[in-house]
Design a protein around this ligand. Structure first.
Ligand code: WTA
Length: 624
């Protein structure tokens, strides 16, 4: 990596939150002079500690210890603390199943369920503090109960997304050496049963895991009142969970998060970024199998006493307006989803959200990929009705919580720009040699340790040091970014995906955004193809909105549009129209596989793809 990444996309539109939003916001000002560690100590003290901490941070690069003498319990902070307040009878969870069935739990009821399962795990199965428990379940309330039951007894939970195959589950069971698996009798997806429990049986069938017990949580009939169950006091640095992230290459990494620091940031960031109030109905659409589901469906909102919406289904079943139906029915006020979903909604058309009353919404969020400015504007106008601030939140499984975004009651929003580092977080855009860029493009780095940072990769410290701490002396996020004169960050995509055209390093996001800006385009992914003259030529894969047809004339127009919008250097050599792009199960575009296609290589590992069939079609279209 010799040269730096350039900036091409100029996005000048900006939006301001309304005066009333600003006035009522949870955070209305930032004290820039506040000492960073003092700031975090103050946030940590908002949690309930069984024993207070003395040291805020001990830092032996790259190993951090936050609030180390303190003792607390994460589940206690999500449930018990509310039982002595008006929130005891408040709804903690509103769950809607794929068929429209609804179950709700007050804080008291959720506490009771968690205590029952915690008692069962301890007394019947002998699960102890530090033991690993894997959860492989659909999006049902029992998954939240299972996670919190583990936290309550100090078992380290490892949630594996319910869409992964038996062999992916087996790898994760082996790596974590889990002795207990929590699963469910069955889930459903698009009206069809998901054979969740069968997958677990298959994963353990070769007897090469450590699994001793498989608990089918939804059919387990636990009776009795266990609400006096004592939550295990955990040291602040005791692991809370492992979460495997496959990334775009290689063996999955078991990202380890600990208790006190993680929960401090989860609670603080949910309060500040989502502006959560007691009256809100908060819906994060992420699956609990991803970090977003951990931090912003469970730990963040529950530690703040929120009412959380949890939905089992998909956005297009039974119809493509299902999300808007859920928002209308449950009067959702805060909605947090991913760009891939937003681009699908754009593709399906404006009439679908228009059919529903979305007036309960007051704040929107986005996470997981760069949101192209056109998709941002669509979200703002068609869903938020020009009324709701959008928080574009940049973070990673490794960071545990949101790092860069706008605070909805303070900052101007700029489509495509995530925003600024949160209070307490320090970031920079660096040149390959580690010098900071004051304005322009480069590599994103977090400059100082933060409470919810990963503490390592389960069982593999060497890999931890190599992946995150070898490039720079500070944390290397693996993303390209730009910073502008106001300190706003725009995320350009993964560094592995960066294009190199005639000596210019160009982030994928900018070229893709200019394609999405073209009428009729819903999604785009660009990759570099080896080229004798330019080093790489840009090949674009484009999905059109319903009702548009891809042809040579359109291809030409689109190429000249990109050239006009961001410059001739970024002009695609070819555009391939495809009904879908390869995506991971969490919805991220897998450019690496498209690169295999344009390089004429056999297509690489597709096991992390949610839609593996699309690759054959894409290959055919590329060769035709
Ligand atoms: C990308 C998800 C641009 C980025 C919380 C990051 C984003 C990776 C954004 C982490 C955003 C996430 N804008 N890119 N707002 N949010 N990313 O571990 O490349 O599933 O490094 O965590 O997603 O993905 P992960």
């Amino acid at each position: 990596m010799s040269q730096n990444i350039e900036t091409l996309l100029i996005e000048n539109r900006q939006f301001e939150p309304s005066d009333i939003f600003k006035k009522l916001a949870n955070v209305t000002s930032i004290d820039l002079d506040k000492d960073r560690l003092e700031f975090w100590a103050e946030q940590a003290k908002k949690l309930h500690w069984f024993k207070p901490f003395e040291t805020v941070l001990e830092w032996n690069r790259p190993y951090a210890k936050w609030f180390q003498e303190g003792q607390l319990n994460a589940a206690y902070n999500c449930l018990d603390v509310h039982l002595v307040t008006h929130r005891k009878d408040k709804k903690a969870l509103i769950w809607e199943g794929e068929f429209g069935d609804v179950r709700t739990f007050t804080y008291e009821e959720l506490h009771q369920e968690v205590c029952r399962l915690a008692t069962y795990l301890q007394n019947e199965l002998g699960v102890k503090k530090g033991d690993r428990v894997t959860l492989y379940m659909p999006m049902i309330p029992e998954l939240v109960i299972g996670v919190l039951a583990c936290a309550r007894i100090g078992a380290i939970h490892s949630v594996v997304f319910g869409g992964f195959s038996a062999s992916s589950l087996r790898d994760r069971l082996q790596d974590s050496k889990s002795e207990v698996v929590l699963t469910a009798s069955a889930g459903t997806r698009r009206g069809k049963p998901l054979p969740i429990n069968d997958v677990v049986e298959e994963a353990v069938s070769q007897h090469d895991t450590h699994v001793k017990h498989i608990v089918v949580v939804d059919t387990l009939k636990l009776e009795g009142n266990f609400s006096s169950h004592q939550a295990e006091p955990m040291m602040s640095e005791d692991p809370l969970f492992i979460l495997y992230t496959s990334g775009t290459t290689g063996k999955p990494k078991g990202i380890v998060h600990t208790t006190g620091g993680y929960l401090t940031h989860a609670k603080y960031s949910t309060h500040a970024v989502f502006d959560l109030k007691d009256s809100d109905v908060y819906w994060c659409t992420a699956d609990v199998g991803w970090i977003t589901g951990h931090t912003y469906l469970i730990y963040g909102p529950l530690s703040n006493g929120a009412t959380c919406m949890m939905f089992e289904g998909t956005p297009d079943y039974p119809e493509q307006d299902r999300f808007w139906d859920v928002i209308e029915k449950h009067k959702v006020s805060i909605f947090y989803t991913a760009p891939t979903a937003i681009r699908s909604f754009m593709k399906w058309g404006d009439e679908l959200p228009a059919r529903h009353d979305l007036s309960s919404l007051r704040l929107l969020g986005s996470v997981g990929e760069p949101i192209n400015p056109e998709a941002w504007i669509w979200y703002y106008e068609q869903i938020g009705k020009n009324r709701c601030p959008i928080v574009d939140t940049w973070w990673q499984t490794e960071t545990g919580g949101i790092m860069i975004t706008t605070l909805p009651g303070i900052h101007l929003m700029r489509p495509g720009h995530a925003g600024l580092p949160l209070p307490g977080i320090t970031a920079s855009v660096l040149m390959p040699d580690g010098t900071p860029v004051t304005q322009g493009g480069g590599l994103l780095s977090l400059m100082e340790p933060w409470p919810s940072m990963l503490r390592g990769i389960w069982g593999d410290n060497k890999r931890y040091e190599e992946v995150y701490w070898k490039t720079f002396s500070t944390y290397f996020a693996g993303d390209g970014a730009t910073i502008d004169a106001d300190g706003y960050y725009m995320i350009l995509g993964r560094v592995d995906d960066v294009l190199n055209v005639a000596g210019h390093r160009i982030g994928t996001m900018e070229v893709e955004s200019s394609l999405v800006d073209f009428q009729g385009v819903s999604e785009a992914a660009v990759v570099g193809m080896p080229d004798d003259i330019k080093g790489q030529a840009i090949i674009a894969f484009v999905t059109l909105k319903d009702g548009y047809l891809g042809n040579v004339a359109l291809e030409k127009e689109m190429i000249s549009h990109v050239s006009k919008m961001i410059g001739a250097i970024a002009k695609p050599k070819r555009i391939i129209f495809t009904p879908d792009l390869p995506k991971t199960r969490s919805g991220k575009i897998m450019r690496r596989l498209l690169k295999d296609v344009v390089e004429g290589k056999p297509i690489g590992d597709v096991t992390t793809l949610g839609n593996p069939d699309v690759m054959t079609l894409i290959q055919e279209r590329f060769l035709s």
